[in-house]
Design a protein around this ligand. Structure first.
Ligand SMILES: C[S@@+](CC[C@H](N)C(=O)[O-])C[C@H]1O[C@@H](n2cnc3c(N)ncnc32)[C@H](O)[C@@H]1O
Length: 439
């Protein structure tokens, strides 16, 4: 057993950020692996690591801007370890009132020494003490003369992406969206109606000390709850017993509309980690879901999740969605196309996404989506349903692709597509179009 006393929480946070920033690790994956490893820490220690890591990544551009305003060596020229220690420390100074400034500076110096940068202790100490004295008087770029830069620094969105949003959505909507990215996100769960009902699930969670509510959940969904106050999900018996799975409300909405009938045959072409396939399998309880993704590793994720829930009306297939599967032609009552996308609607949960999206990537993804749609549309039976969804907000990947689909293939829209924006309230930013095959 690891000696709990030896765990330096800031060092753990630093190493997670190093893995993300230097080795391209996915923030949610690296963080969740680390929290699993440090399960034996107290709940508040684990929350400290989580908050420090998420917050530092979320505010990285602003933190670097502040450091550059006070350091002779710009962040771009600093050693990665030192830069990350400074970023984490400035985050604590600016956003974590509970940590005294002197403790932030002392811990940063100790960590730099521990990581073999003893020669830079004076630098780290000097920069941080200077920032601590001035933290409430930082001069930000001017909003009216330099809006792109102002939004980029204030909300830590790369300038190119901020410029893209401004062009597409205008000043006010862009700023509202960026503010929403940085707000705390709630956890929503989908009741496993195969094993229990909402009342049973609520009772099980409350017995484990979890706070449960259905406040703010879209009226169309009667199988979801918002939960808080738990330590980690794997620690809950109700989770291990498969009474629920985590799914955002927006993602649940994609399956709404009464199109997935109890005996439906559903094909989900890009299914991992399995949220929509599992949701569909619960709705089509005497039907079947064929769940696919591009790699064996991805497909095993879907399988793992479905098996924990005891769901057995799903079959799994490793399949590249751009390749036509002749056996599937005209087989699906419902085809789920929840396609790979730029993910801009879920920046609030996965802040590292914003640092990797460029306009070029948005265009490439919109093309990949068309390539997939132009292959898989044939799997839908006549009068069957195609659900096209993404967790993003760009018109290129959403409305323009839907229009292209309707113009080129035998489909008509059922109702108006839903574009849920991150600032709309409950759920993640999400796009859902439901279409019917006409011939
Ligand atoms: C938005 S995610 C799907 C999320 C999933 N529907 C859910 O609700 O849990 C997109 C998925 O598409 C998969 N993917 C990307 N390119 C693909 C391709 N060419 N063929 C099949 N799957 C692909 C990715 O591996 C990823 O798992």
């Amino acid at each position: 057993m690891t000696d709990k006393m030896q765990v330096n929480l800031r060092q753990v946070a630093m190493e997670i950020l190093y893995e993300v920033q230097k080795n391209n690790g996915l923030l949610h994956v690296v963080l969740s692996d680390a929290l699993k490893k440090y399960q034996y820490l107290d709940k508040n220690e684990r929350s400290f690591i989580s908050r420090l890591v998420q917050g530092t990544e979320e505010r990285k551009i602003e933190l670097d801007y502040i450091i550059d305003s006070f350091s002779k060596t710009p962040v771009k020229k600093q050693k990665d370890v030192i830069r990350i220690i400074l970023e984490m420390s400035v985050y604590q100074l600016k956003y974590m009132d509970s940590v005294p400034a002197s403790a932030v500076c002392n811990e940063a110096v100790k960590l730099a020494v521990k990581k073999n940068f003893g020669t830079l202790r004076g630098f780290v100490n000097g920069v941080l003490r200077n920032i601590a004295r001035n933290i409430d008087n930082i001069e930000y770029p001017d909003k009216s003369t330099n809006t792109d830069k102002y939004l980029s620094v204030k909300y830590s969105v790369p300038e190119e992406l901020a410029g893209y949003f401004l062009k597409k959505f205008g000043d006010n909507e862009t700023e509202e969206m960026f503010e929403a990215f940085n707000k705390d996100k709630s956890t929503y769960i989908r009741c496993n109606t195969k094993k229990t009902d909402i009342a049973g699930l609520t009772a099980a969670l409350e017995a484990e000390g979890v706070t449960v509510t259905n406040e703010g959940i879209d009226k169309r969904i009667d199988y979801a709850l918002k939960i808080s106050g738990y330590d980690y999900l794997g620690g809950l018996k109700s989770f291990r017993d498969g009474l629920f799975f985590v799914q955002d409300i927006s993602s649940m909405l994609a399956s709404q509309g009464g199109f997935i009938k109890r005996d439906a045959y559903v094909i989900d072409v890009c299914a991992a980690p399995g949220g929509k396939s599992i949701n569909a399998a619960l709705m089509a309880d005497i039907g079947h879901v064929s769940s696919r993704d591009i790699s064996g590793r991805k497909v095993s994720l879907i399988k793992e999740n479905a098996e924990r829930l005891g769901i057995d009306n799903i079959t799994y297939k490793v399949w590249d969605a751009v390749k036509k599967d002749e056996e599937s032609v005209e087989k699906a009552d419902v085809l789920i196309c929840d396609l790979p996308c730029s993910g801009l609607g879920i920046i609030g949960r996965k802040p590292d996404i914003k640092y990797n999206v460029t306009y070029e990537k948005i265009k490439e993804l919109a093309l990949l989506q068309r390539k997939i749609l132009s292959t898989v549309w044939e799997y839908v039976k006549k009068d069957g349903i195609l659900i096209y969804s993404t967790c993003t907000v760009t018109p290129e990947e959403n409305a323009e692709n839907t229009e292209w689909l309707v113009n080129n293939y035998p489909f008509e829209l059922i109702g108006k597509p839903e574009q849920i924006m991150p600032q709309d309230g409950t759920g993640d930013g999400f796009y859902i179009a439901r279409l019917k095959r006409t011939e």
